[in-house]
Design a protein around this ligand. Sequence first.
Ligand code: ADP
Length: 352
Amino acid sequence: NCNQAAEKMFGYSKEEMIGQNAAIRHIDEDSYLQFHSSVLESYSKDGHFEAEYQMRRKDGTIFPCENYVTPIYNDNGELIISVSIVRDITERKLSEERLKAQNAEIMEEIEERKKIEENLKNTLENLERTNKELGQFAYVASHDLQEPLRMVSTFTTLLERRYGNILDENAKEYMNFVVEGAKRMQMLIRELLFYSKISNKEKVVEEVDCSSVLNTAINNLNAQISESSAKILYNDLPTIKADSLLITQLFQNLISNAIKFRRNGVTPEVNICCKEEENHFLFSVKDNGIGIEPEYFGKIFVIFQRLHLRDEYPGTGIGLAICKKIVEQHGGEIWVESFIGQGSIFYFTISK
Ligand code: ADP
């Protein structure tokens, strides 16, 4: 016997199915025979049979099914009938396939991302290495350049001292150029060496009382401050986690510039403030000096970039590059706002 659902599933009428050789509803004779022996084997082992396999409809199409077969025995223990519950699992199989495909896609995407991450990691490592090598190169170059330069200065000074009386005016002038050039190169090299030392320095993180490091910076600038009668004003400054030597240097460079680039006839006034924000402290160093054209706001932080002739304002153009390096080492940023003839405000942030 069979129910309506079975008629619908296989496409045969009840009449056609009763007495029909069951093999016709299987893929072929062999798979029917295998099914048959598996059923009997399961009966004796588990008391029933259950499995997933494929069956055939009347129209010849094959579909996946789940089959649960239970035996019914007579009083003598002889098998008289098997009750078979067949479920068409086409839909389930399809969604399983879909899920598998989706999983495969996700796995592919994960692999792709892993590759990108790996590439990024390699690039970062390369960048770090190149940076380190560059820092070492700058150190070695500036360190080793000092020695021959010292020779040039020493011997030109000796030459001038011993033979100065027999040199004519032209020769004396040339000699001066050589001495001046050597001195300037020495200063540049010293600063470059300092810059590379800062780049290579392992940052020390400690509790830094900004008022105290600012006082140290002001003391270091004593001569420049009293010679210009500069006023240095600041309000309550916080304690931050930073490298105190580097922060002292940072304040020193900014204040020194604020005094150096003063307007003629205007007493320099420097204001240092700090505002606590969510993730960092925002510091500002404001002056009433000559100001900077907006087109140079970015350029001045690049090493050896200066906007003035040396006769106007002395310097090497390395101070702000050092400031930038220090701020970046503290996970911050530095920038400037300025108006020509009114003054500049240098801002920098230090991560909390
Ligand atoms: P240096 O002071 O040796 O020239 P810096 O790197 O400290 O080198 O500064 C670069 C340039 O930025 C300076 O030459 C100057 O033109 C400009 N600058 C820096 N600070 C100020 C300031 N407070 N006011 C006006 N210009 C400034």
